[in-house]
Design a protein around this ligand. Sequence first.
Ligand code: AMP
Ligand code: MG
Length: 326
Amino acid sequence: MKTLILDINKDSLALAAKLIKDGEIVAFPTETVYGLGANVFDENAVKKIYEAKGRPGDNPLIAHVADADGVYSVAAEVTEDAMKIMRGLMPGPVTMVLKKKSSVPDTVTAGLDTVAIRMPLSEEARAFISAAGVPICAPSANTSSRPSPTTWRHVAEDMDGRIPLILKGKNCDVGIESTVLDLTRKVPLILRPGMVTKSKIESVLGKEVFFPDAVDKSMNSPGIRYKHYAPKCDTYLNVDGDREKIRAFLDADAGAGLVASEKYRGMTDKFFTLGDGAAGGAHEIFAALRDAEKSCGKILIVWDEKGEEADSVYNRVIKSCGGKVI
Ligand code: AMP
Ligand code: MG
C-alpha cells in the first residue's frame, strides 16, 4: 500500500475524513503521542488497526472525541466524577474509562463493557476528529511493543506501506501517553500513569484515588507482562545515577549508548538527551530510544528524577528495558 504523508490543511483533512468514512485508518498527531485512528463504530476499520500494529486483540483502544457530545455518544453513563474530570481536566492528556454504549463494538474495547474516552488538547487532533464527524478510536501509531511515536517520522518508520495516510503534524508536546483513569469502580483507579498526576486528579475529584503502581516502584512484575516501548537492541535502566556504575557500563562496550538527562551529557559521544526534569524526560524518551537504537548495540537509560511526573516516565522506561535494572 502506498502511504501518503501530508501536511495538515483543509484538503488533507477532507481526505482523512473520506478515508475514515470509507472504513480506512489514518495516523494523526495528538499532544501525547501520534495515534492510529478509525471510526469507533466501524468494526472492520477497527480490525485494521490491530492488523497494522500487530496488536494483541485483548488490548483495548481509546475513543478520541472533540467535545462533550462525543463523550455522550460512546458512554452509557456519565457519572458525577466523569463530569468533574471533563470540567477540570479535559481537553488534555487524561483518559477516563466509563460504561460503554452497546453501539461501541467489542473490537474497540477488547470485549469489556467499558470504553476509554479522551478529549485531546492538540488543535491538530481536534481538527481531524471534527472533520471525521465521529469519535476516533486509536492506540499509539507504532508497531506493537515498539517505543511510541512522538513525531510523524516515527510513525513513518513503523507504518509506511501499512496504512493509507499519515497526517504530518507537530512533534508531540507531552511525549508519553495519557493517564488512564477507571471511573467504573467504587474508588477511581489509575490504570496507567501519565502527566496528569494522581494529586491533580484527586484535587479535581475532591477525594482519594487508587494507584496500585505507586505501591512499590522497584517491583518488576506488574505492567511488564507484555513487551512494551522496547528498542531493537538490548536495553538497561539505572535509577540511582551512580556515575561509576554508568561509566563501567559504557566502558565495557564501545557500542553502548546513554539515554539520560542533560546533566549526564559529556559521559559519552553516544549520548541521547532526556532534556531536563520530568517534563523533559517525558518529551524526549521515545525519540531518544528510537535515535539510540539506530547507532548503538546496547542502551543504558538513566532515570533518576523524582516526583509524580517523573514516576510516570519511570513507568515507561522500566518496560522499555524489560525490567533489567543495573
Ligand atoms: P495505547 O495508548 O496504545 O497503549 O492503548 C490504549 C490503552 O488504554 C490500553 O493499553 C489500555 O491500557 C487502556 N484502555 C483502553 N480501553 C480500556 C478499557 N475499556 N478499560 C481499561 N483500560 C483501557
Ligand atoms: Mg501504545
